[in-house]
Design a protein around this ligand. Structure first.
Ligand SMILES: C[S@@+](CC[C@H](N)C(=O)[O-])C[C@H]1O[C@@H](n2cnc3c(N)ncnc32)[C@H](O)[C@@H]1O
Length: 335
């Protein structure tokens, strides 16, 4: 309860001190620290915990005041950053491409396929391409996979990626279909998610024994199909308006359970955020909209005015109600 954490924090820190909760769960400690004027650091390995905490802090002004329960706290949270850190594995894999491909193929329960340039593996009757570690999958990558499939009489391909460039969406699948290829775009779960399935095992991610991959990791690790996100953009002078016009998740058992309650598929969006000037490194959360209990729908439209002319990359990050991210990059030119 907040009241208990209030006592602990008041008794053991002063305003401006840093309060840390490295297992922050739903973020109670951080919210109380924020309300008591302390700085804070929180961490958690669960993406749901981070998502709940992020929304709780962004919505803290609506929460109860610590002194008077009948009042709202009323103040917005001071700016904070959300980092995805500790991905030492990514750095390690960058220098060991073969190990990376082998591990990913195993995790995806597929077998290596030799003698091809872009087709790395095979899962049943589908070929598998593993996307790059440090760059989004581009339309060019998709085309290379499609051409190699066609030249070798394969007609099904799964492309696995960490990130996707904007134009890689349903249209990529439609164009592959025209070339006779049944294409699926598959999201690789985050390194943290893979790691969290290993909690309780005394093993490092890089040296996971085969039987653990088979018995444990595969049970918990899901490779969802990439959601379909359609964004309409309008440029009027220096002002850009973005609108989510469609959002579709691929059918899963989890989705079937809630499908009857969802009238507009955009209601499956839990949170979305925009970096209006994405520089290909850190995502700067410059605008966001998220569901809260009282209003379980995000705003579907966002606006931004640019001060300078030029070419900009806009990064859009959508988190759906199942905690999966869909990231898209859009290019605009402000004249
Ligand atoms: C009971 S909750 C914490 C509640 C929170 N400390 C509070 O005061 O409200 C425990 C959290 O620990 C997280 N957790 C478990 N093992 C972890 C680990 N090795 N590293 C980071 N977080 C972990 C879980 O995901 C869960 O969200």
């Amino acid at each position: 309860p907040e009241a208990l954490l209030k006592r602990i924090i008041l008794a053991s820190s002063r305003p401006g001190d840093i309060v840390a909760d490295f297992f922050c769960g739903s973020g109670t400690t951080l919210a109380v620290a924020e309300k008591l004027g302390r700085r804070w650091i929180g961490s958690d390995l669960s993406k749901f915990a981070i998502q709940v905490t992020r929304k709780r802090l962004l919505d803290i002004h609506h929460s109860k005041d610590l002194q008077n329960k009948d009042r709202k706290y009323g103040n917005p949270a001071r700016p904070f950053e959300l980092w995805n850190i500790g991905n030492y594995e990514t750095v390690y894999w960058l220098e060991r491409q073969d190990e990376y491909l082998t591990f990913m193929l195993k995790l995806y329960q597929s077998q290596p396929l030799n003698g091809f340039r872009y087709l790395h593996g095979r899962k049943g009757d589908r070929t598998v391409h593993i996307g790059p570690l440090n760059a989004p999958v581009t339309m060019e990558d998709v085309e290379k996979v499609v051409i190699e499939c066609r030249n070798n009489n394969f007609n099904k391909a799964d492309i696995l990626g960490w990130e996707w460039s904007y134009e890689v969406n349903e249209l990529a699948k439609t164009s592959a279909k025209k070339n006779g290829i049944d294409l699926k775009l598959i999201q690789i779960p985050s390194v943290n998610e893979i790691k969290s399935s290993l909690v309780g095992f005394d093993v490092q991610l890089l040296k996971v024994p085969e039987q653990i991959i088979e018995k444990e990791l595969i049970k918990y690790i899901k490779f969802p199909e990439v959601a379909y996100l359609e964004i309409e953009d309008k440029i009027n002078g220096n002002e850009v308006t973005l609108k989510i016009s469609d959002f579709q998740l691929s059918p899963t058992a989890e989705l079937a359970e809630i499908a009857s309650k969802v009238k507009d598929s955009r209601e499956l969006i839990d949170y979305w955020a925009i970096d209006w000037d994405y520089k290909e490194d850190t995502f700067h959360n410059q605008w966001q909209s998220f569901r809260v209990k009282k209003n379980p729908r995000v705003d579907y439209q966002a606006r931004h005015k640019y001060e300078d002319v030029g070419n900009y990359k806009i990064m859009i990050k959508v988190v759906d109600v199942f905690g999966n991210d869909t990231n898209k990059i859009l290019k605009v030119r402000i004249k």
